[in-house]
Design a protein around this ligand. Structure first.
Ligand SMILES: Nc1ncnc2c1ncn2[C@@H]1O[C@H](COP(=O)(O)OP(=O)(O)OP(=O)(O)O)[C@@H](O)[C@H]1O
Ligand SMILES: [Mg+2]
Length: 364
């Protein structure tokens, strides 16, 4: 705060005290040096008591939070981890996102923040998206076998009937054939969800993928909109399937284009590098960093709140001619790539963020 400035002085302690998240500062021996109001609430204990006690007095020895502290000191950079369970008499049972950062000016000292609700809820939505994708995969196989095959029989029977039918009845047999074709087309779309073990993963330049998507969008469904690109050109490659990644961003940009206003509609495509987000790969305990973030933002009215819990489920749609398969497919592909997707939506600002792992040395 400079003298003579028109803004009142802000006390950083006051800011930290008002923060909903729990914030703790630890010294090199994990002794608590500072605890904000959020930490007092989370640990159901006053700051005077928290301070000068080691954090190990408040967390069990096998708590993943303690492992994160060691790891942050080892790597000398911020690390955050989603979905950590705290289950102690003081905290009760809760799931939090923990971020640990070194305090550069104080060697060995760390600042730990624990967020509940909002971020944890987002992760809930991400995990739901994986669950939704799994159930769609199973459904796709069932549809292919149990619906498509009998349908061809029904269609064939209708065509046979048509040979001897009166003109009026022909209208009905035509209806049977047309409806059967419509259902087959829908099932064909669902088949993309079946597990495809032949997908080849290779290093993919995400900017080339986005460039391709932008060209398709500008030539068609987003012709009337302003497309803004905000790229970090230094991003490393992502390990993935180029065609599937095109599908992901095409679906997201198409939704953004359909939501953006006719007049003054704008879609912002951004890429960036975000340190510290880690998530276990599907079906494995290994945690992988997800540093590549691709965001698609639009200035439409926002996603109706009642859709949020099931947004990534198949057949969730508010559009007259929508199938509601776009985001379900996005969730499946992103999940298959070991990534996560999350969204934030308020009127005039809806953002979908896709976080993907980068290519590592062993992948090539
Ligand atoms: N950027 C967005 N802004 C506002 N609402 C959105 C946005 N993206 C998705 N939605 C909402 O989520 C619903 C589901 O999207 P999804 O892409 O899965 O299906 P769809 O777009 O309705 O149909 P399809 O993609 O099959 O044409 C949409 O119908 C819409 O209500
Ligand atoms: Mg869509």
């Amino acid at each position: 705060m400079t003298a003579g400035s028109q803004f009142p002085a802000v006390d950083p302690g006051m800011v930290l005290g008002s923060l909903g998240a729990a914030v703790l500062a630890l010294d090199a021996a994990n002794l608590i040096l500072y605890a904000n109001g959020g930490a007092e609430q989370m640990f159901a204990c006053g700051s005077a008591y928290l301070c000068n006690h080691p954090i190990t007095d408040f967390l069990p020895a096998d708590s993943p939070v303690l492992a994160l502290l060691d790891q942050t000191r080892g790597e000398c950079s911020s690390i955050s981890e989603h979905g950590i369970t705290l289950d102690t008499p003081r905290t009760g049972h809760r799931t939090v996102t923990v971020q640990v950062s070194p305090i550069t000016e104080m060697p060995g000292c760390l600042v730990v923040s624990l967020h509940e609700q909002s971020i944890a809820l987002k992760i809930g939505a991400q995990l739901t998206s994986r669950h939704a994708a799994r159930s769609v995969t199973a459904m796709a196989s069932i549809l292919a076998h149990e619906v498509k095959n009998p349908l061809s029989g029904i269609r064939g029977a209708a065509q046979l009937l048509e040979q001897n039918a009166s003109e009026d009845d022909c209208i009905l047999t035509r209806l049977i054939c047309d409806e059967a074709d419509r259902i087959v087309a829908l099932v064909d779309r669902m088949e993309i969800f079946s597990d495809n073990p032949n997908v080849v993963r290779q290093p993919v330049n995400i900017h080339r993928v986005l460039e391709h998507v932008r060209r398709i969008a500008e030539a068609g469904f987003a012709r009337h909109l302003r497309l803004v690109e905000n790229y970090d050109p230094s991003l490393p490659d992502v390990l993935g399937d180029r065609d599937q990644l095109i599908q992901v961003f095409l679906n997201l940009v198409k939704n953004a284009a359909e939501a953006a206003p006719e007049d003054g509609g704008e879609i912002v495509l951004s890429t960036g590098y975000q340190h510290g987000i880690r998530l276990a790969l599907p079906g494995s305990e290994t945690k992988r960093h997800l540093p590549l973030v691709v965001s698609i933002q639009d200035n439409g009215p926002g996603i109706p709140e009642d859709l949020w819990p099931n947004l990534f489920d198949a057949f969730v749609t508010t559009k007259v001619s929508g199938t509601g398969l776009g985001l379900a497919l996005v969730a499946k592909i992103v999940g298959d790539h070991g990534g996560i997707i999350e969204f934030d939506s308020v009127p005039r600002r809806t953002i979908f963020r896709v976080m993907l792992p980068m290519v590592q040395d062993g992948d090539r």
